[in-house]
Write a protein of this length. Structure first.
Ligand code: EPZ
Length: 419
């Protein structure tokens, strides 16, 4: 298995360009099940999870053509309506084909996504919403079996805002008969990006990015030309990398409007962040002050940057309390940070972090996507060498990470492991 070998202590400098957003590209690629004709997408990132959903779309009948920096997708026919366990178990977000398959074909058999390292990850809200829209939904031998003659618009109120739940229902509703009203919808920018793409294809959607969305069903949708938004979680990861190394970097395509809570917290911690037309300037010459962080649905502090922020707080002056409110087990990186010299105590859904003056490099092991990013950031700041193993977790959600960091001056290389 590959490892990342990092020699810490180098303040990052220079410019990095952010790739397309994984969590926008996934639902946008799934939405091609709804379209008649070819769609051409740009800014689709090249990473594990994107490869997985492309494999699933081809399994369902898509033809996918990779052009230089574009991806063309067409379903001449949808040959299958099932997403097998072998595919879904590697990426839970495969459930994003459920809504489109039901809307387009009236049936779907999708493996129930299991939990993952960060939590149980139930999908009950999606399933009950589709039932409200007239689908018969059963769980048979670990598979979601759903069928319906024609989905009907309905009023749906989510108990809690769910990102992929909002995306699944929005996609299903675009071809339903009548109007769907979705309350307590998630507001993440990736949802707005998907809604923008669906509207270009002919969908009628109001309120994307707010808690209340209205979707009027239409008869059919056509292919689109669409460019996926930049990845705000990658941008946030690089902002924190600039901060933790005391660097001075420019993050091209970084947009503070998608990262208001993160920008605010980093500025509170003493990081200088300036928004320019093409991106964000991040400077952190004066050391870092501890701040408290509490994750929340957008526009709150994103749970996908909690682990990275915790890494920064291990070297901040004072105490910080990091509270995770979205997932039940998103502290897998803590034990590894402690092995690097961090002073962190877990207390329920909170990490109490006492800043220390230095971290020391160590051999550490990644166990989930964003937790592995946190270990990389700690390695960039630690004295000596850090080896991060099991970086297949990282490769699921970051494109060319070691290349991008090396271009910013980091001493980081990938060693190819035998196994
Ligand atoms: C999306 O996951 C993202 N993944 C996650 O990013 C992100 O952490 C998460 O949203 C929260 O922002 C993609 O977009 C592919 P949720 P999702 O449904 O949709 C509970 C990454 O690192 N819930 O918004 O699966 C759930 O348990 C990944 O890129 C229910 O109870 O998350 C959680 O506590 C990790 N029932 C909360 O809602 C449901 O039916 C939010 O989950 C659905 C969710």
């Amino acid at each position: 298995m590959d490892k990342l070998v990092i020699t810490g202590g180098v303040p990052l400098s220079g410019e990095v360009t952010i790739s397309g957003a994984k969590n926008a590209a996934l639902p946008i690629l799934a939405s091609t099940l709804l379209y008649r004709g070819t769609s051409v997408f740009s800014n689709i990132p090249k990473m594990g999870d994107i490869a997985t959903i492309k494999k699933l779309l081809i399994w369902l009948g898509a033809s996918i053509e990779e052009r230089s920096d574009q991806t063309a997708v067409e379903f001449k026919k949808i040959n299958r309506q099932d997403a097998p366990y072998e595919m879904v178990k590697t990426m839970r977000a495969s459930i994003l084909v459920l809504g489109p398959l039901l809307a387009r074909c009236g049936e779907a058999r999708v493996s129930l996504p299991g939990g993952c390292a960060i939590g149980a990850r139930p999908v009950n809200l999606t399933l009950s919403a589709l039932e409200r829209m007239g689908a018969e939904v059963k769980i048979v031998q670990g598979y979601i079996q759903a069928k319906v003659k024609k989905l009907k618009g309905a009023k749906i109120v989510f108990d809690t805002p769910t990102v992929t739940g909002t995306e699944n229902v929005m996609m299903a509703a675009t071809l339903a008969e009548g109007t769907t009203l979705l309350e307590n919808a998630a507001c993440e920018p990736e949802i707005t990006d998907l809604a923008r793409c669906l509207s270009l294809a002919g969908a009628s959607i109001q309120g994307a990015g707010t808690e209340t969305m209205t979707i009027q069903g239409v008869r059919e949708l056509h292919g689109v030309d669409y460019s996926v938004m930049p990845d705000r979680i990658e941008a946030g990861t690089f902002m924190i990398a600039g901060a933790i190394t005391g660097g001075d970097i420019f993050i091209r395509k970084g947009k503070s409007r998608d990262l208001k809570a993160v920008t605010y917290k980093l500025q509170e911690a003493g990081v200088e962040i300036e928004e320019e037309k093409e991106g964000l300037c991040v400077k952190a010459k004066k050391g870092i002050q501890s701040v408290d962080v509490k994750t929340a649905p957008f526009p709150g502090f994103p749970t996908d940057l909690q682990a990275q922020m915790a890494a920064l707080m291990t070297l901040a002056r004072g105490f910080s309390i990091v509270t995770e409110t979205i997932f039940e087990n998103r502290f897998n990186h803590v034990a590894e940070l402690v092995r690097m010299g961090a002073d962190i105590r877990i207390n329920g859904n909170q990490e109490v972090i006492r800043g220390v003056s230095r971290l020391s490099g160590a051999q550490v092991m990644a166990s989930d996507l964003r937790g592995s990013a946190s270990l990389v950031l700690a390695g960039l700041a630690a004295e000596g060498e850090t080896q991060v193993s099991r970086i297949y977790h990282l490769d699921r959600g970051y494109e060319k990470m070691e290349e991008k960091f090396s271009r910013l001056g980091a001493k980081m290389m990938r060693t190819r492991g035998a196994l």
